[in-house]
Design a protein around this ligand. Structure first.
Ligand code: PMP
Length: 365
């Protein structure tokens, strides 16, 4: 008997493997593997969720209007040029489906977020990978990969898993230099964490160009990863294309309600920013002092490089940390097998990681 067969491109995709959360045998587990916030969601979001019990049997309002209006009010954007999705992954997927087909190419940088490869292949397109220097995307390298066949350039800024970023003038140069048939997707999932004056998430570029779109998420600093809510801001014609192909109820009513409440809690957001601003540099400093390389990060995680020496590799470190209930993210799938990615956690988790790494480095000497 024959079976329905997916397109051949589907079967060559390595499915995204999320970070682990279990640490076998450990009494207490600190999950530092998925860039989630240690502060959790705003209490207002939790309250809003409780209030939604009576609405669960009903379909959500299909255009996520209330959410788009709340985002628009918060960030001074036109709600008609916003589309909401089930996480920003949903928007990346829709962008690929709308713009990429067999014979088309999508460009992203060497250690760019893995989802770009998956959505490009899933849409039937061909990924084209631009080289990086110092684990940072390079505008000229990205531009050199662009051809007539290029439909999308994906850029995560800051990038996961490296934590590195491109300053506003470089992203502006990329937007300016791209041919007008190419859509530039600026993935700003970690934008709220970036405290640098030379950073711009993408709004200014979306407003200045007809071929730039920005994606954002409630999964990271807003602490709503489990509810799957993200959004994109773009030119009207791009938002229109995405709306045509999205599923009719792609954001849940509970997700919308929690996201709207989360947006209203500036104090919680400020606390999350302040926490990261304190502990990101602390972790980078303490871990570097142990003799390990830490990539310079502007997000809520750091990539740590381990030596290529027996007993001291990232695989050894991963095993050692796991035995102490510290779950980091191995990023071999990004071609960074000598690294582990560590999410900034609560104070106790951060201190335990540094202690455990000190012990690890000592034990291997
Ligand atoms: N973009 C980047 C750069 C990310 O790191 C992530 C989360 N891993 C996402 C997008 C997707 O996040 P979500 O679908 O939860 O919004």
């Amino acid at each position: 008997m024959t079976k329905p067969t997916p397109r051949s491109t589907v079967l060559v995709i390595d499915a995204y493997v999320p970070g682990r959360s279990a640490a076998p045998g450990a009494a207490r587990v600190f999950k530092l593997s998925a860039n989630e916030t240690p502060l959790g969601p705003s209490p207002r979001a939790v309250e809003a969720l409780r209030g939604m019990a009576d609405h669960i049997a009903l379909y959500p309002e299909g255009s996520s209007r209330a959410l788009r209006e709340a985002i628009g009010a918060r960030y001074a954007l036109n709600p008609d040029r916003i589309i909401a999705g089930a996480g920003s992954d949903n928007l990346l997927e829709l962008l690929a489906l709308a713009y990429i087909g067999p014979g088309d190419e999508a460009v992203y940088s060497q250690h760019g977020f893995l989802e770009y490869k998956i959505v490009t292949l899933a849409a039937g397109g061909t990924p084209v990978v631009a080289p990086e220097t110092n684990y940072t995307a390079e505008v000229d390298a990205l531009l050199a990969c662009v051809s007539e066949r290029t439909k999308i350039v994906f850029l995560a800024n800051p990038n996961n898993p490296t934590g590195t970023f491109l300053p506003a003038n470089e992203v502006a140069r990329l937007a300016r230099s791209l041919p007008s048939h190419v859509l530039l997707v600026l993935d700003a999932a970690y934008a709220e964490y970036v405290l640098r004056e030379d950073y711009e998430a993408g709004v200014a570029l979306v407003d200045a160009h007809e071929n730039v779109v920005m994606t954002r998420t409630f999964s990271k600093i807003y602490g709503l990863a489990g509810l799957r809510v993200g959004w994109a801001y773009g030119p009207a014609h791009v938002i229109d294309a995405l709306n045509r192909i999205r599923s009719p109820f792609n954001v849940s009513s509970v997700g919308s309600a929690a996201a709207i409440a989360a947006l209203s809690d500036r104090a919680h957001l400020d606390a999350a920013i302040a926490h990261n601003d304190r502990w990101l540099p602390w972790l980078s400093r303490e871990i570097s002092a142990l003799g390990l390389d830490v990539l310079p990060s502007v997000a809520n995680f750091v990539a740590i490089r381990f030596p290529d020496a027996p007993g001291l590799t990232a695989v050894d470190a991963d095993r050692f940390l796991m035995s102490r209930g510290l779950v980091l993210r191995a990023i071999g799938a990004y071609g960074m097998g000598e690294f582990l990615r560590l999410t900034v956690g609560a104070q106790e988790a951060n201190e335990r990681v540094v202690e455990a790494l000190a012990e690890f480095m000592q034990s291997a000497r």
